[in-house]
Design a protein around this ligand. Structure first.
Ligand code: DP6
Length: 320
């Protein structure tokens, strides 16, 4: 009745922004991401602890903020008639820094809770359960390049290419460690209701998904770079034109983007992507990782860098 799982965050190249069903947390668009390797969340779920109410410990400290969403996820996985559960989580990366920590957390808790309850469920179903808690978490059930397909009635997640078959690197430039002003869940609804670009964003997503899918299948880095940056900037345009506007960037975010542009001009295989926060993720070819790392390290306003390869989907591990 106890199990531990490990999950890694993922970074979307073709982004999820907007929901078609808020209640079920179903995304309005498909998305394509890469699952990271070295950034990890390890989560123990104990169904037989003596806690009186659900308890979430994150990196050794009780975390009441994330607890309601973890409890709702446990209800969804185990049923609401369950006993109180102890969840003990640790991450080897800053969790408040807008680095998709909710994706790895909900993927890990879903895998650990089903394992603790001895439920044998197909990965697809685990992905849907994790996605109900946080849309991007569905993608962390799979490794490498992952597509979340959004059709009329359901979501379907699959790996497009194993991490080992196209071992790109991701350099994460952290420009701010304070929590972001508006969380993704709330911000997406503001965009849906107010952004004049929202409908066009939804309409054009299929084209970007097809372009990225093709680029991944052909291992065409230039084509993937172009469509990923375009999709990222388009999502941010939707956010900027929302009311109130949601501008997640700071001046260091811009400087990192300019640095990536300068590296590209020098022939480096690198492109940027940015989520609902000020951090810049530079995706690069393995041979260019050192140049990208050193350029971003010396960019004014960058507080910390993390370098990671691509990794596997969430999985159960031996009890710790
Ligand atoms: C910009 O998965 O955090 O990172 O489903 O409301 O929990 P909820 O949203 P979340 O949104 C991720 C938004 C994004 C793009 C992406 O990861 O695809």
């Amino acid at each position: 009745m106890r199990a531990t799982a490990i999950a890694q965050p993922n970074i979307a190249l073709i982004k999820y922004w907007g929901k078609r069903d808020v209640e079920q947390n179903l995304p309005a668009v498909g998305s394509i991401s890469v699952t990271l390797a070295e950034l990890q969340t390890t989560m123990l779920v104990d169904l037989e602890s003596s806690v009186a109410k659900d308890t979430l410990v994150v990196n050794g400290e009780e975390n009441p903020q994330l607890l309601p969403r973890i409890s709702a996820c446990l209800d969804n996985v185990l049923g609401s008639e369950r006993a109180a559960v102890l969840v003990d989580s640790s991450s080897n990366f800053p969790i408040a820094a807008g680095l998709a920590s909710s994706a790895s957390a909900f993927a890990a808790v879903t895998v650990a809770a089903t394992a603790a309850a001895e439920l044998e469920l197909p990965r697809q179903q685990l992905a849907r359960m994790a996605g109900r808690a946080s849309g991007s978490a569905a993608r962390s059930l799979f490794g490498g390049f992952v597509e979340l397909q959004n059709d009329a009635s359901n979501i379907d997640v699959r790996s497009l290419c194993d991490a080992r078959d196209w071992p790109l690197q991701v350099v994460v430039a952290i420009t701010e460690t304070a929590p972001k002003p508006t969380g993704s869940t709330e911000a997406m609804e503001i965009s849906r209701k107010t952004s004049p670009f929202y409908d066009s964003w939804i309409d054009k997503q299929g084209v970007d998904l097809a372009t990225a899918r093709e680029a991944i299948s052909a291992r065409d880095f230039g084509a993937l770079a172009m469509v990923s940056e375009h999709n990222c900037l388009k999502m941010h345009s939707v956010m900027w034109a929302s009311r109130p506007p949601m501008v997640y960037w700071n001046s260091a975010t811009m400087r990192c983007m300019q640095m990536v542009r300068a590296l590209q001009a020098d022939g480096c295989g690198v492109f940027f992507t940015i989520d609902a926060g000020p951090q810049v993720k530079a995706v690069c070819l393995p041979e260019d990782t050192a140049a990208v790392t050193s350029a971003l390290e010396s960019t004014e306003g960058v507080k910390q860098l993390m370098v990671t390869g691509l990794g596997d989907g969430a999985r159960r591990v031996e009890q710790r």
